[in-house]
Design a protein around this ligand. Structure first.
Ligand code: DX5
Ligand code: ZN
Length: 218
């Protein structure tokens, strides 16, 4: 069964506690937390006060996706705020190896995210150091965008890279995930699916999470 990480970016922020409890009581595995700085991406989401509020109620791991420049300076604070997984963008890290080690030394799992235009080839020299690879299937910055299909081949390439190495990295995909695109991604070798608007825009978000959880290779 795939790991399902509902993206809190699409929740109702006037009712954060209610939506966090919905995820707690659902078949979801992680909380996906999107942090945007208005520099790396053309949008600003939320920062530490909101993360702390979510962490107060969340009973599942916080999977934090940083869409920010210079993430190193905030790594320790994310650990304090309860992040279990901290994912940085390849495109935002000049010294990616150092950043990954810093995340691990702060007691978190370390992930690296690739924008839609970034080739999986760049992972060759870092794959054995990371716990998670996040393949972006939209250009980061906004929920509710259309799925970019090159993610499917990229998942397959990442799977091949991991299988040919000593890496135990998990492959997560983020952007435009629904039951149809989710199925294609699972078939290509994805382990974890992020879903924002598909979950929170549905009639019954908890049921939608269960439906995603039921996907299997086929
Ligand atoms: C986009 C974010 C995503 C977003 C996904 O920059 O990284 O996590 O919330 O939203 P949907 O599932 O609506 O594409
Ligand atoms: Zn995300």
């Amino acid at each position: 069964m795939p790991t399902i990480a509902p993206s809190v970016l699409s929740c109702d922020f006037a009712n954060v506690q209610r939506d966090v409890e919905m995820i707690n009581n659902s078949n979801a595995d992680w909380f996906h937390i999107d942090v945007m700085d208005g520099v790396f991406v053309p949008n600003i989401s939320f920062g530490f006060p909101v993360l702390k509020a979510i962490n107060k109620h969340a009973r599942k791991p916080l999977d934090c996706h940083l869409m920010i420049e210079n993430p190193d300076q905030y790594v320790a604070e994310f650990a304090k705020c309860g992040a279990a997984i901290l994912t940085v963008h390849f495109e935002a890290c000049t010294h990616l190896h150092r950043t990954i080690q810093l995340i691990k030394s702060n007691g978190m799992k370390a992930g690296v995210a690739l924008n839609p235009h970034t080739s999986v080839d760049v992972l060759k020299t870092i794959i054995e150091d990371v716990d998670l690879v996040l393949i972006m299937s939209v250009n980061p910055g906004f929920g509710g965008q259309k799925f970019i299909a090159n993610a499917i081949d990229k998942v397959q390439e990442t799977r091949n890279l991991i299988d040919a190495s000593k890496s135990k990295a998990v492959i997560e995909v983020d952007g435009g995930v629904n039951l149809e695109t989710g199925q294609l991604l699972i078939n290509a070798g994805a382990d974890a699916l992020v879903a924002g608007s598909f979950v929170f825009g549905s009639q019954n978000p908890s049921q939608t999470i269960s439906d995603l959880k039921q996907l299997s290779v086929g």
